[in-house]
Design a binder for this molecule. Structure first.
Ligand code: ADP
Ligand code: MG
Length: 579
């Protein structure tokens, strides 16, 4: 076939694939246009996950009548004039591709009015048919873009879309990105015509966070700032008490765009080293502004990624700023840390392992009192203090084997205790108690909904109803995806991996707390900070064992579930030596 130019509609359709991947990407383009038009009041409607309708109404500048008929043409933009503008971009859009692409793959209409115009105008495009007409509107100035039946003419793309609930979730997530950053603007966000958010403008980011997540998190959030001649960094990071099981709660903005960036995420996580365990993530809003030339925002068609001129420098800035902020605000843990370091120097044989210390109360952890430290300073095998317990009589801790087992000696026997299993069992027993006396049975909203994917499950709606009756708040996002908005507080306190838990309990025919606890234990869904291989100090072992005696009924007598200790009787050892 000879070389020929592709027709305009085909180019648009190809381009549309790049720009409009799914309803959330479309929402992004529309919101950016409203923000570019200086709107400070934006009303968003998402129907049927955006497949059926997305509309964005703003009170921005509006579009001149004379510009209306260019709106759906590619490379028609009001945002750049010359090459110079490309390098000094202040607006979100500039390629003039979005509306053309959107209009190619949906039924699109734009109603707009400027302050100067007498009357509004409406441009509609369905297929190749364009209609422009005057129309009175009920606002002073602004624009309403309505996109219906996305991909009605591109069935292949339509097939790629997920369920309405999932697509809605993507839209929601992007909306939250924007709403947090632009907290000075009023947003209304509707799902199937019902208001999900009505966020009044505020100059305080904490207020916006509270409005979005419906929970006051300010006690756990710390401001960060950094400034040099090229880069400024502002935002918030959570202290180690507020952490999550997914990285979704890290939001990064570069020159006011929400973006994804591996280097920044790595720097952030590295700054939390020793504060949160692997597999946990903080809440973070990192807002980076840079002078032109330091960052290229034009490397990704949807501008979801950027390229830094000096990535190493960005790493350093993020890492040091966050680390400094966490350090300053973690007085209590610094205190423990220092005492521990002192203890380490004076102890022989037992050294402090940073990963086993978790100073935050919401974790299963070991709070150290000074008198415990006092006794341990001069720890020496011969002088190991002896304790008494009604189950096993006098005992002392004689050491740790292979960094995994605590070795306990009583008058009658030696016990090898699996440190991880013991810690897990303690947490479990405490959970059981808290459920029995109802102390942990309040619903606590998770900062951001947790989504869980699973195989399709019969009677799933029934299961969800059962869970919702047990202080959960969850709903079906799609056939095989559940979204969880709130969980019983007790599972926050003991750090239960909700995703893991759901993957087990949903398969149960009936769900009760007993079942849930069984599953937590059987599936190891309780995230215990003490692992096999962690070197424990004497006082950590002592604390663990003593806590075991208080929390676990008949610790070494009747054991059910997984065994966490091995007992070797002295008389058997004696026998080996023919005594
Ligand atoms: P770009 O944003 O890259 O310029 P778009 O296709 O998104 O391209 O939009 C084309 C033009 O339409 C914009 O340059 C702007 O002039 C106008 N426009 C689009 N949406 C709005 C809006 N909500 N308010 C005012 N003008 C708008
Ligand atoms: Mg645009």
């Amino acid at each position: 076939m000879a070389i020929h130019r592709l027709p305009e509609y085909l180019i648009n359709r190809l381009k549309a694939g790049e720009i409009v991947e799914r309803p959330a990407s479309l929402l992004k383009e529309l919101l950016e246009n409203s923000l570019d038009a200086w709107a400070d009041e934006i009303i968003i409607t998402i129907n049927d996950g955006g497949k059926n309708l997305i509309s964005v109404q703003d009170n921005g500048t509006g579009i001149e009548l004379s510009d209306m008929d260019l709106l759906f043409e590619r490379y028609a933009t009001s945002k750049i004039n010359g090459e110079q503008d490309l390098y000094n971009l202040q607006s979100y859009g500039f390629r003039g591709e979005a509306l053309a692409s959107i209009a190619e793959v949906s039924k699109t209409s734009v109603i707009s009015k400027t302050t100067y115009a007498e009357i509004g105008s409406k441009l509609t495009k369905v297929g190749s048919e364009l209609i422009l007409k005057h129309q009175p509107v009920g606002f002073e100035h602004g624009t309403i873009v309505t996109v219906e039946d996305l991909f009605y003419n591109v069935p292949a793309r339509l097939k790629f879309l997920k369920s309405s609930q999932t697509e809605f979730f993507y839209c929601y997530n992007y909306f939250v990105d924007v709403a947090l950053y632009h907290h000075d603007k009023h947003f209304v966000f509707k799902k199937n015509e019902k208001i999900v958010f009505d966020l009044p403008p505020t100059d305080d980011i904490f207020t916006r966070i509270q409005d979005v997540f419906k929970k006051d998190r300010s006690a756990n959030l710390k401001d960060i700032t950094y400034q040099d001649e090229n880069i400024s960094l502002t935002g918030l990071v959570s202290d180690a008490q507020l952490r999550f099981w997914s990285a979704e709660h890290t939001r990064i903005y570069v020159n006011s765009r929400p973006i994804q960036d591996k280097i920044i995420k790595k720097a952030l996580m590295d700054a939390y080293h020793r504060q949160i365990s692997p597999g946990e993530y903080p809440f973070a809003l990192l807002m980076i502004e840079s002078t032109p030339g330091m960052v290229d925002v034009n490397v990704h068609p949807r501008k979801l990624e950027v390229k830094f001129a000096d990535p190493g420098k960005m790493y350093d800035i993020i890492f040091h700023t966050v680390q400094k902020t966490l350090g300053e605000n973690k007085v209590a843990s610094v205190w423990i840390w220092q005492i521990w370091e002192g203890a380490e120097r004076s102890e022989k044989g037992f050294s402090f392992q940073s990963s086993t210390i978790n100073p935050q109360p919401s974790t299963f952890n070991f709070q150290l009192s000074t008198d415990v430290l006092q006794t341990s300073r001069n720890f020496d095998h011969d002088e190991t203090p002896e304790f008494r317990n009604q189950e096993i009589g006098n005992y002392k801790i004689v050491g740790q084997a292979w960094n995994s087992y605590i070795v306990l000696q009583s008058d009658e026997a030696i016990y090898y205790i699996d440190q991880h299993a013991l810690a897990e069992r303690i947490a479990f027993e405490k959970m059981k108690r808290n459920i029995a006396d109802k102390t942990g049975l309040k619903s606590e909203v998770v900062l951001q909904p947790i989504t869980v994917e699973m195989h399709s499950i019969p009677n799933i709606q029934d299961k969800i109803d059962q869970l919702n009756a047990l202080w959960f708040d969850c709903g079906l996002l799609s056939e095989n995806k559940i979204v969880i908005y709130a969980i019983p507080q007790i599972f926050m306190i003991y750090k239960v991996d909700i995703e893991e838990l759901f993957n087990h309990i949903l398969y149960l025919p009936q769900i009760s707390y007993d079942h849930i606890l069984d599953k937590i234990f059987a599936s190891k869904a309780c995230k215990i900070s003490i692992k096999a291989g962690d070197k424990l100090s004497y006082q950590e072992m002592q604390h663990l064992v003593q806590e075991g005696f208080t929390a676990i009924p008949w610790m070494f007598v009747c054991q059910h579930w997984r065994s966490f200790f091995v007992k070797i009787d002295k008389k058997d050892v004696d026998k080996l030596f023919d005594r």
